[in-house]
Design a protein around this ligand. Structure first.
Ligand code: UFG
Length: 331
């Protein structure tokens, strides 16, 4: 009996694979390696290299392996890119989900844990954001994921495929043992960019806007450690196997940190100066995004271990400082 991790070579997926392997689970990874890294996959997991939009590729996995549940990370996730290339997002993310659910239906696989996102909420009406708040995404990325949530709900009703949608806020950090971490090309996320400046790989950090409606004028985000996120997926699998109903949960720390606060924390962790300047706003950034995450804590029993951004940044710094070229597998 195996868990299929779609996108298991990516940043979050690879940490999930590591956690599953540590728990003694048999893990099968499906990844087209378009953004992921072979070296990120725990050697105890079995890789099928291919695209989840390819039905024959999925059939081969479901025929060869005894898959009991799917954890689905395989998607594009860069908000600004989704604004300029929306169809790429609907094709890969939303389209990929159609093929995956069809294959699950045909092979009788009844459980899926899905990477959803705070971006499905759009500009929130309340803070912190609750799972029951309106979902009105303001970018194609968020909409592609919301459509995937809706598809799973209808697939549950029609075919009895149970799902848990985990709506991530801002994921950061790396495996505390320093073996795997974040390596995107190009990098767009705040924490790795700050650390690249600390490493001298970039001249300075551009802080996108300091005139937002927040205490120091810079955007406020809710940071959650990637291993805590992986643990939430493990709990979601358990929740589904206990015959609970399909559900959605926010995953965040319920505490907001501004971009300036994140920079300051990184200066403290690294002991580096980390030059920074204020730049123009980046389109599509809401002022603040903070999760109400008590539902995941009470229903799933989720207890995040990293409740301080310094600790989160320290694990990322361990990865970046020991792997200055990331996985070093790009041409
Ligand atoms: N930022 C900068 N400078 C940079 C990079 C980022 O100031 O060089 C700022 C952004 O403007 C934003 C904050 O840092 O205010 C965080 O930006 P990230 O790009 O790290 O993360 P986002 O909040 O944009 O996106 C994350 C996930 C998305 C998800 C979204 C939900 O990466 O997948 O949260 O809101 F959709």
């Amino acid at each position: 009996m195996s868990i299929l991790v779609c996108g298991g070579a990516g940043y979050i997926g690879s940490h999930m694979v590591k956690r599953l392997v540590e728990q003694g689970q048999d893990v099968v990874v499906a990844d087209n390696l378009s953004t992921g890294h072979k070296k990120a996959i725990n050697p105890k997991a079995k890789l099928y290299q291919g695209d989840i939009r390819d039905r024959a590729f999925l059939d081969q996995i479901f025929i060869n392996e005894d898959i009991t549940a799917v954890v689905h990370f395989a998607a594009f996730s860069i908000v600004p890119e989704s604004m300029s290339e929306p169809l790429k997002y609907f094709d890969n993310n939303t389209g990929g989900m159609i093929t995956l659910l069809e294959a699950m239906r045909d092979f009788g696989v009844k459980y899926i844990v899905f990477s959803s996102t705070a971006a499905t909420y759009g500009v929130p009406e309340h803070m912190p954001i609750k799972e029951t708040d309106p979902q009105n995404p303001i970018n194609p990325y968020g909409l592609s994921k919301l459509m995937m949530e809706h598809m799973m709900a209808w697939a549950d009703q029609a075919y009895g495929i149970k799902f848990v949608a985990l709506r991530y806020f801002n994921v950061a950090g790396a495996a505390p043992d320093g073996t795997i971490g974040e390596d995107h090309g190009p990098e767009t996320h705040l924490v790795p960019i700050i650390l690249q400046v600390a490493q001298g790989k970039r001249k300075e950090l551009s802080i996108f806007g300091d005139d937002y409606d927040t205490p120091d004028g810079t955007n406020v985000r809710d940071y959650v450690h990637v291993m805590d996120l992986a643990d939430a997926h493990i709990l979601a699998l358990k929740y589904l196997k206990e015959n609970n109903k399909s559900n959605a949960f926010n995953l965040g720390s319920s505490t907001g940190f501004s971009n300036k606060q994140m920079l300051e924390a990184a200066r403290e962790v690294t002991g580096k100066e980390i030059p920074a300047k204020i730049a123009d706003r980046r389109p599509g950034d809401p002022d603040s995004l903070i999760a109400a995450s008590d539902k995941a804590r009470s229903v799933l029993g989720w207890k995040p271990q990293f409740d301080d951004v310094h600790d989160i940044i320290a694990t990322a710094w361990k990865w970046h400082s020991t792997h200055p070229k990331g996985y070093d597998d790009r041409n």
